[in-house]
Design a protein around this ligand. Structure first.
Ligand code: PEP
Ligand code: MG
Length: 757
């Protein structure tokens, strides 16, 4: 049992480390065959035509690879595909589905066990083991192969995508990678991969044209490292024993042409750039050492890695200084940081893609403020292979396309152009009121965080701030800002918008928003210490913030305070008590402050059901539909794997949204919404009909929403609401809204938020 588990682990680990599909499949068939003590292991994968093709085998004739193909339901392999279940036969030949392929030499094998390889509900392929003598593969065998295949599915899908992209000598095929939306918009451009220096796993693949020059460059770098190592050895000479000194000699030997150096040069001769060739060779060797059973040899993996990094640092250094960014740069990285953005000239940066991170990551917040289409959490993206490739970033859906075909390009160019014209056309709307054809006024406010948001918001005719995310200035520092620092920042916001209202939300950290200087490690952070829970536990932080806000508003008096993540009445009561305390203290200290309106965010299901009680105790409610959706649907808003289940138009969400307005209004308070939903033009029409008093959104979407509201009348919107509230499915809701707006002559002004094509 333990050995099965060990083989499972080590096979998956090895496959994971393989750099391309071909290698990955080779490892799978050899290692599974060994582990199961059988005579054949083969992998069949689905090709674009939908047939299942023999891609790798250990045991069948290798000539059969690429030749044997079966349709769904054809042969035993096709039967596994159709059933989506294992097929386990002791005497395969006598089975009616059995088909004989002479290329394979298969007639000798009578036992067959095939399991489907399923990824995202799709049968990617079939993993088969076979044996000459009759053998009933037992339950344990079957369970092993099923487990193996479930683990390998993701790896194969990933490697397949990478493989498509690097197909040598063939035109690279279009590939799509899913992530989550970081900032809305479409970008079409050229990938520039940024990688932390001397990180062997993230070196971007680049081809080199001048092979001689690349080899010479590589040798210069090796020479430099040799010098370093010699120098280091000499410096440490006295402090090292003989064995340790021998290590330095071993390092030097590894760099020889006959050793690592030689392997790298062979790869450069095939046209691969030196840094990538070097990282590939090093990773392979590191892996070989790491999988050895001898502890001493296993330790050598660390030495190889260390040496690898030293050389890589030289190889990358000279590339850094003269980085030329293309005009339409799409910056791609494993974990993009704000400082990486800063290196690209602003007029050249059109899109961003990060493999790690989420829509709430610091970089995404910045990207939204700058209006740069961004995809986060593109976990399957083989980013090291993307440098220089044409790429499309769909920041609405959270998708990245590499090497897009002409159809795809045409489709997205049309959308991008439509957007551009739309934005130009919408500039004229800036000073017009947001009102329906029948003169119903709906205030449109903005969500802000950075100072850059302020200018863009005012340019677009925002009538107030519905959500100022105070965690943003906190995120940009390396310690908590002092009360006075906060006062200055808040004053800027309040002044810029005065006399319009600015709604400042108290610090909302936790979840996925951790301050670098106040880390919170939890297994389940979205259900943990978040928002008001943190600040009530730290009254000193809360009070300083409230005091700073009130002082900043002195004389302007356009502040409202908003409390995040309230899930119980007592939390509100406690927060209010602290606010009153700060207010009285400030009065006593002689500041001319006023008590601002206080509001609660409705973003936890409990708050929906207690909206009346909460409303009775505050001046306004504001729905945070981003969190409310994730908590109602139990879908992590930042997890790309379940992104298609995060449905903003889910009927359960719509009912909750409707309930909150009705309940809030019974208590006579204003009810607004400041989640991303408010910035979706179709949703805005529905929210208006529900009775929302104010919609708050990012500045980019404000003109689009305004143009749609100005093109409908309230009665129409109410009829549409009536209609959609009867539907039972998010997709239906989305299409009913789109269809109605189209019929009403409202042009499509923005792509849907999520329910995609
Ligand atoms: C929300 O949850 O909808 C919201 C507006 O707050 P945030 O996105 O900052 O969590
Ligand atoms: Mg929230």
């Amino acid at each position: 049992m333990a050995s099965m588990l060990n083989s499972l682990r080590s096979i998956v680990q090895e496959v994971n480390a393989a750099r391309d599909l071909h290698k990955a499949l080779g490892i799978i068939v050899t290692r599974v065959k060994q582990a199961m003590h059988t005579q054949v292991c083969s992998v069949y994968l689905r090709d674009p035509a939908g047939d299942y093709v023999l891609m790798a085998t250990d045991g069948l004739k290798t000539e059969a690879v690429g030749q044997v193909r079966l349709a769904r339901n054809e042969g035993l392999v096709g039967r596994v595909v159709a059933r989506e279940e294992p097929v386990n036969l002791e005497d395969a030949e006598s089975h009616p589905s059995y088909q004989y392929f002479p290329e394979t030499g298969e007639e000798r094998f009578s036992s067959f066990l095939g399991v489907p390889i399923i990824h995202h509900r799709q049968v990617l392929g079939v993993l088969v083991v076979q044996q000459i003598e009759r053998r009933r593969f037992d339950e344990g065998d079957e369970a092993f192969l099923v487990t193996m295949s479930a683990q390998l599915a993701g790896v194969i899908a990933h490697a397949e995508a990478t493989g498509t992209m690097v197909a040598v000598g063939k035109a690279a095929a279009q590939a799509k990678f899913a992530g989550v939306s970081g900032a809305a918009g479409i970008a079409i451009g050229e990938a520039v991969v940024v990688a932390p220096l001397a990180d062997l796993k993230s070196v971007p693949y680049q081809r080199c044209d001048d092979i001689e020059a690349e080899i010479a460059f590589f040798q210069r770098c090796l020479m430099a490292v040799r010098q370093d190592i010699k120098g280091l050895g000499e410096q440490l000479e006295e402090r090292l024993n003989r064995e340790e000194r021998a290590l330095f000699d071993a390092y030097l030997a590894m760099l020889d042409d006959a050793s690592l150096g030689g392997e790298v040069i062979a790869k450069i001769k095939e046209g691969t750039c030196a840094p990538y060739a070097w990282s590939e060779v090093i990773l392979e060797h590191e892996n070989t050492f790491a999988s050895m059973s001898d502890a001493y040899l296993r330790e050598r993996a660390t030495d190889v890695r260390d040496l690898g990094r030293r050389v890589l640092a030289y190889l990358q250094e000279s590339n850094q200084h003269c980085k030329i960014y293309p005009d339409q740069t799409i910056l791609i990285g494993d974990d993009l940081t704000a400082s990486m953005l800063g290196e690209v000239p602003e007029d050249k940066l059109v899109g961003l893609v990060s493999v790690q991170g989420s829509g709430n990551s610091h970089v995404a917040i910045l990207a939204r403020a700058m209006g740069i289409p961004t995809v986060m959490g593109a976990v399957d993206l083989p980013y090291t292979r993307m440098d220089g490739r044409p790429v499309i970033v769909d920041g609405y859906k959270g998708a990245v396309y590499s090497d897009p075909g002409p159809q795809m390009l045409k489709h997205y160019r049309a959308i991008a152009q439509e957007e551009e014209e739309l934005v130009k056309g919408l500039e004229a709307l800036k000073d017009l009121p947001c009102e329906t054809l029948d003169k119903y006024r709906l205030p449109l406010w903005v969500n802000t965080g950075l100072m850059t948001d302020v200018v863009r918001s005012l340019e677009r005719g925002a009538e107030g701030v519905g959500l100022y995310r105070t965690e943003v200035p906190f995120l940009l520092r390396d310690r908590f800002p002092s009360e006075e620092e906060q006062r200055t920042i808040y004053r800027e916001q309040l002044e810029a918008f005065a006399p319009h209202t600015v709604t400042m939300r108290t610090l909302d950290i936790g979840g996925d928003k951790a301050l670098p200087y106040f880390p919170i490690h939890e297994d389940n952070p979205f259900l943990g210490w978040r928002g008001i829970r943190v600040t009530l536990d730290h009254p000193e932080i809360f009070l300083a913030q409230i005091r700073a806000m009130m002082k900043a508003s002195s004389g302007l008096d356009n502040l409202r305070i908003l409390l995040p993540m309230i899930s119980a009445v007592h939390e509100l009561e406690e927060a209010k008590a602290l606010i009153y305390r700060a207010y009285h203290e400030l009065l006593e200290e002689g500041f001319a402050v006023k008590l601002p309106p206080i509001g609660v965010m409705i973003e936890v299901p409990a708050a929906v059901y207690q909206a009346r009680e909460l409303a009775a105790r505050v001046d306004f409610l504001s729905v945070g539909s981003n969190d409310l959706t994730q908590y109602l649907l139990a879908v992590d808003r930042n997890n790309a794997r379940v992104a298609d289940l995060y449905q903003a138009f889910h009927p359960a969400v719509l009912r909750a949204l409707q309930q909150v307005v009705l309940d809030g209004h019974t208590q006579g308070v204003s009810v607004g919404i400041c989640g991303e939903l408010a910035g979706d033009p179709g949703a805005a029409v529905i929210l208006m009909a529900m009775g929302y008093d104010v919609l708050s959104m990012n500045a980019t979407n404000l003109p689009k929403v305004k143009s749609v509201i100005r093109a409908v009348n309230l009665e129409q919107a109410e009829a549409l609401l009536d209609d959609v509230m009867r539907l039972s499915d998010a997709g239906e809701v989305r299409s009913r809204i789109d269809q109605t707006l189209r019929e009403a002559g409202v042009t499509r002004v923005v792509r849907p938020l999520e329910e995609g094509d």
